[in-house]
Every structure is written in structure tokens, then in C-alpha cells.
Write a protein that binds this ligand. Sequence first.
Ligand SMILES: Nc1nc2c(ncn2[C@@H]2O[C@H](COP(=O)(O)OP(=O)(O)OP(=O)(O)O)[C@@H](O)[C@H]2O)c(=O)[nH]1
Ligand SMILES: [Mg+2]
Length: 465
Amino acid sequence: MDDTIAAVATAPGEGGIGIIRISGEKAADILGCIFVHREQGTPPMDRQAFEFKSRCLYYGNIVDAATSEVIDEVLAVYMKAPATYTKEDVVEINCHGSMISLRKTLELILRHGARLADRGEFTKRAFLNGRIDLSQAEAVMDMISARTDTGFEAAVTQMEGKLSQSIKSIRDEILQLLAHVIVNLDYPDADIEEITYAQLEKALAEIRLGIARLAETAATGKIIREGLNTVIIGKPNVGKSSLMNALVRESRAIVTEIPGTTRDTIEEIININDIPIKLIDTAGIRQTEDLIERIGIEKSKQSFNKADLVILILNAAEDLTEEDIHIIGHIKAAKTIVLLNKTDLGQFLSEEHVKGLLPDASVIQTAIPEGKGIEALEKEISEFVYGGRVKQRQSVMITNVRHKELLEQARSSIDDALAMCRSGEALDFIEVDIKRAWELLGEIVGDTVSEDIIDEVFSRFCLGK
Ligand SMILES: Nc1nc2c(ncn2[C@@H]2O[C@H](COP(=O)(O)OP(=O)(O)OP(=O)(O)O)[C@@H](O)[C@H]2O)c(=O)[nH]1
Ligand SMILES: [Mg+2]
């Protein structure tokens, strides 16, 4: 980490300003070589004479000393280590947002001894220099790429170190237990309190609960990050495309009274109560000789197999048909919301009847063109995502697959330890699993993590971050 790195930190393209960032020992020297302060007059001039004060913004020109070419008129700041983003000396130069100006200025910086930064290298240095842990570094990227307010909030919470704190407190608990076990193992005759299997089991169960609670938030976290795959299914003409349009709030799909109107699946991304939803309208499922429609129906079936949530629409004004029964036979009730639509035309099909067939599904009465039931549906979708838990601001949520997997592995190590504890195995076997859980949790915050994993994490960053 001895070398000084530089990169354009703003998004490529034209803009009001473009920022170049330099980090490392040579940052201030490089600035001294390429920046001419307004008070120094026009080039050529005595460059070394100018002393940059930390955290002061200077107005001047970027000048190529070799040719005396003025590249851009800029604002530059020097921030002295260690209270900086990377904990190293940092320089930021605000150029005009021109690709040419940024390229020329960056070239000049590289010529004066900096190296082009790798993806995420500034944040990686912040991690390696101990300013933030690995989970906080990962949150930086999540925050930048967040698509919804909820996703953004989750990333900020993690960046502030809330996840790190939760992990730390579980790891402390594990460490205490581990110390107790090791003392018993190494000094069995010493005058110390002997640990009983009952005590061990109780402590392990508590640790397991802590890990499980965190791991449980991952299902919601995944949806917040990637969106909820939601597919609308039902036989032809029940109102699927009408629902799509009502939720999207525009005429996205063609709606007619002719059964078989939608031939292909139609996708839209929408936000419902700040949850990103990937909504898919499908071709109505029925027996048909029409080739195009048959292909569409095949696609409908595929998309509902992959869905996180299925919205099944039934016609409330008539009895269930063979087609309805066929569809009901193929869906998983636990992830289904049933709409009894066209209630304005009558209520032939009862909620009880549907509940009898799909006991785990929730049922809502709708008349889509009138907007009846749409709000109830949106509420039901939120509830599905948050699993009955109230959405809490500032609570820790696992949104990262790497974290989720590590938590699951840690939980299973504790499970193994618990099983051995119950069958009275020797303490040194149990100790191995407890220690493993402690290490796995350490990987989340980057405490016990290999270099490969660190490289892998930062390779997903954008340049200049
Ligand atoms: N009265 C009444 N008509 C409805 C209701 N919902 C939809 N419709 C009408 O039913 C017809 C079919 O609606 P669509 O939304 O095209 O139905 P679909 O399920 O997409 O049909 P396919 O694409 O053919 O599978 C249209 O004429 C809608 O206006 C409702 O709640 N009440
Ligand atoms: Mg349709």
C-alpha cells in the first residue's frame, strides 16, 4: 500500500463537475507539481513555494509544466491523514465535468508518480487501514447502487456499523463461552468453575438464537435488494392485464373482453410501499389449439414456478372452472394471494370455498376497474415481504448473500456443537465447532477473512470508489 493511487471518482460522461481523487503519501506533492494557485500568477512560476493547508479549498489551474499548457480551471483540496476516507493523505480536484479535462488531468497525475486505482481500491484502503470493517465497505457499494429508499436505508444502517455491532456482540458471547470451555479443557484440576453440559447447552442455544434472528432477515433483505418476483396468473379474461395496469398505474398491457388477449408475458418494475416488485402479467392458462397462445401459456407456467409471489385471479361471479382447478393444483398456497375479481358482477364464488382449497393463501375481493381491493392487495404484498413484522427503520437487515451464507454456516456449526453437547461428546470436539462459528462470523466483518475474499469483494466496486 505504499504507492499513491488516483482515479476519476465521478460517473463518466458530461457533467457540471468531475472529481479526481488521489490517495497516498505522494498526494500533496503531486498536487504541488500540477496545480498553480491563482495567487501565484500565471505559469511558469516557483511551484514549491506553495504550501497546502489541510482541508482548505484552493482555486487555481491544472498546468502541465512540461508544455505550460493550462488543462483546466479547478478547485483542489488536500486532506491530511489520518482523518480521511482512506486514512491516508487524500487530494480531490474538482475539474469541469469534461471527459477531456478529466483524462488529461488524470494522465498528468499518473505521470507524476501515482498509479491508476483498481476498482474499489479507495474503500479497500479504508478497510485495510482499519477505518471500516468489511461489512461496512460492502455497504458503501450497496448504498451507491440502491434503487429504493428502503434499500438505501438498509445500506446506510450497515455502513454506520449496526451489522458489525450485532456480529461483534454474538462473537463476544461465543468467545466467552470458548474461554470457559478451554479453561476446563486445559486446566481440569485447577480451582475453577467446571462447565456442565447443561450450562453449555443453554449458552449455545442463546448464541444460536442470535445468529438465527439475523439470518432470518435475509429473506426480506434479498427482496429489498433484488425485487420481489411477482407473477399474475389465472384463466383467460379474469382481469390479469387489468390488474397489471392498475398496479403500474398506466395502460401497459392490452385489456379486452376477448379471452386470450395476452399472448406473451409482460414485465414491469414497480414500487409498492417502497418494495421493488418485478411484476409479470401472463397469458391466461387454458387448453387451446392456437400455437402462439400455447407457447405463451408454457411461459406463464414457467414464470409461476420461479416466482416469489403468485397472484391468482379467479372470477368471483361464476363457479370455479376446470381451468381454475388445474391452476390451483399447481401453485404453492403459502406464496399465493388469491383475488376474487369481478365482484361487481356478483358473488358466486365464496372466500370460504377458496380457503378450503388453498388454506394458506390470503384472499381479497376485488373489482379491478373500480379500484376496489387494490389498496388491500398492496398492503398484503407488504405484509408478505415483511412476514408480519413491522418494518423498522434502523434495524439491521441482511441484504448481502455472502453474509447470509456465513450466518447459515455459523448456525449449522452451533447446531453441530449443540447436538454433540446433548449426546455428551468430549469437550474438545465441541470446542472445534464453537470456534468455527466464531471464525465464520469474523469473515462477515473481515476479521478472519482471506485475501482472495477481500479481492473478490472489492472487484465488484466501481472505479474511483
Ligand atoms: N365487470 C368487471 N370487469 C372486469 C373486471 N376486471 C376486468 N374486467 C374486464 O374483463 C375483461 C378482461 O380483462 P383482462 O385484464 O384483459 O383479462 P386477462 O386476464 O388479462 O385476459 P387474457 O389476457 O385474455 O388472459 C376486460 O374487458 C376487463 O375490462 C372486474 O373486476 N369487473
Ligand atoms: Mg391479459
